[in-house]
Design a protein around this ligand. Structure first.
Ligand code: AMP
Ligand code: FES
Ligand code: ZN
Length: 310
């Protein structure tokens, strides 16, 4: 198997693109895919300040590295959820990347430690609230990502969601016909109202396998373990199903998710619709001021409930 570009020995075959690449050409290919995604979705410019949420996993550390390499102004945020040794190891990986790579670009790391700031780790909070850990965690992460981005005047907040994440989420939303979620499943969510940061997913064109290969080739030292709470989740099942389809019919994930994006209204119309809808139904939370559709936002409700149960 030879590299499509330089004809030396290839290290990865990409049947969905009908191409194989050697390490340097594959790295270039992924950079080009990220640039294409950023441009196609009008995500950000070189003058804007980006905050990337890093979990210590391959996707978000790769995203941080690629944005630094491409010359973007980017800092990072790690939310320490207090999930025992999993969180400790993840934090170590993020700190190491910051020290070894990001510091050369003068890119800095913000850390939010849930146990210190909210008074309990995410599992204890979930137990107090009788809520599943993953949904408590989702509320916490969404809230903190937005808060840190807005309070520190970042123009945009980026996450490492990849094509596998987006295709499996789309499958889940379609299976349950959750149209309100479908409308917002785009790699670029505008900052519709005061207090909301713009949110983007620059890796939406890349598969998990491509990102893992990039991370290995480029010696990114990442947390290999999945969160222990995710075991048996529906998302993992959808990912497995899509991987089976992908093996039988390469390009399935790409056709499914990119096809969905094409079918959505044109980016401009869609952005206008999201902004209009949000302006109609969102207002500042009476407790913290972050935009919400209720009187009190879900984070503040969650924390108030947790406090009454301590
Ligand atoms: P996940 O929901 O674990 O698939 O993660 C999706 C994206 O959310 C990652 O690529 C990161 O950008 C971000 N993320 C997940 N967990 C954390 C965390 N603990 N701290 C900061 N960012 C995170
Ligand atoms: Fe949130 Fe696992 S990362 S529960
Ligand atoms: Zn609030």
């Amino acid at each position: 198997m030879l590299c499509r570009k330089c004809k030396t020995k290839a290290v990865i075959n990409l049947p969905q693109h009908n191409r194989a690449f050697c390490s340097p050409c594959f790295t270039d290919f992924l950079h080009t895919q990220v640039i294409r995604g950023i441009k196609a979705q009008n995500m950000f410019t070189k003058n804007e300040r980006i905050l990337v949420a890093v979990s210590g996993g391959k996707d978000s550390l790769t995203l941080w590295q690629i944005l630094l390499h491409l010359g973007y102004r980017v800092d990072a945020l790690y939310v320490d959820l207090g999930i025992g040794s999993y969180s400790e190891k993840s934090r170590e990986k993020v700190n190491r990347f910051t020290h070894d790579v990001a510091s050369r670009y003068e890119s800095k790391l913000h850390i939010h430690t849930v146990e210190e700031e909210e008074g309990a780790g995410i599992k204890d909070l979930a137990n107090l609230l009788h809520r599943p850990t993953c949904s408590t965690c989702g509320t916490m992460k969404r809230y903190q990502f937005n808060r840190v981005a807005v309070q520190n005047d970042y123009d945009v907040m980026a996450t490492g969601h990849n094509l596998d994440d987006e295709a499996s989420r789309l499958l889940g939303n379609v299976l349950r016909w959750q149209t309100e979620y479908l409308d917002k499943q785009t790699p670029h969510l505008p900052a519709s109202v005061e207090g909301f940061a713009r949110k983007v997913k620059p890796l939406y064109r890349l598969t998990e396998r491509e990102i893992a290969t990039y991370a290995v080739i480029n010696k990114i030292d990442y947390q290999v373990e999945e969160c222990p709470m995710a075991k048996g989740s529906k998302m993992l099942l959808y990912k497995e199903m899509l991987n089976r389809l992908e093996t039988e019919s390469p390009g399935t994930k790409q056709r499914f998710y990119w096809g969905f994006l094409e079918k959505q209204a044109t980016a401009r119309q869609q952005t206008t619709e999201i902004v209009d809808q949000d302006r109609e139904c969102l207002h500042p939370c009476a407790t913290c001021g972050q935009p919400t559709s209720s009187e009190i936002c879900s984070y503040c409700k969650m924390m108030a409930k947790a406090k009454t149960r301590v």
